[in-house]
Design a protein around this ligand. Sequence first.
Ligand code: MF3
Ligand code: CO
Ligand code: CO
Length: 276
Amino acid sequence: MSISIKTGEQIDGMRLAGRLASEVLDYLTPHVKAGVTTEELDRLAHDYIVNVQGAIPAPLNYAPPGYKPYPKSICTSINHVICHGIPNERPLKNGDILNIDVTIIKNGWHGDTSRMFIIGEGSIQAKRLCQITYEAMWRGILKVKPGARLGDIGHTIQVFAENAGYSVVREFCGHGIGTKFHEEPQVLHYGRPGTMEELQPGMTFTIEPMINAGRREIREMPDGWTIVTKDRSLSAQWEHTVLVTETGFEVLTMSAGYPPLPDFVKEALAANPPAS
Ligand code: MF3
Ligand code: CO
Ligand code: CO
């Protein structure tokens, strides 16, 4: 087994899948508010993916070894839920923080992305956690270029999150992605510079740090999917699918409705524009 290198046409397939995944989040955004259930968001996403995009929601019936088939089309992780929350009939309420994770398959290619949403007026602590996690993801992405190593990405994310007083979840990581939802390599969100695989043009993988306000330990719920913080502290996550280019990176999961980039990302992109 090794890391697949995507070429020309395959990268175009990944570009389309990535954009469509991000557009599902754009589509959901106006619906994400107090009183709406995550089941309603799931139904909206499912119908949009299938009927408008002509794509497939990758989570639905996804069953990696040791898991029962995932029952819904998106993941919705609220407050102390770290990841893989299953949409249900509980209405969102003011002050909740919500991660929506969308993965679609288009023409055989996967696009995987997630964002945080704050319902109504979030607490200062909740807003800070979401913002620090967003910046942590972007600091990891900015490390992506040929010759860099996966450990450089993980280290950057870990140092940034821990300096902010938070902890990094270890049990789940980013992943290679392409014709398969999860392929090699594993992209850890912690680690040491100069370690792990060296990046090469044509690799595609996700960066999706899960950052806890409290301790890093996790607990799995009896549904076999939902992962929560053991200390019930808040947890946040952002995710992009990225391509390693000849000069750096291209974020594949961008779309018109994507939230504003942090200033340090704008500055880095202005200094080193992605080749078109
Ligand atoms: N989208 C998740 C990821 O980023 C995986 C979810 S698996 C599911 O890797 F079955 F829960 F959808
Ligand atoms: Co992912
Ligand atoms: Co995902």
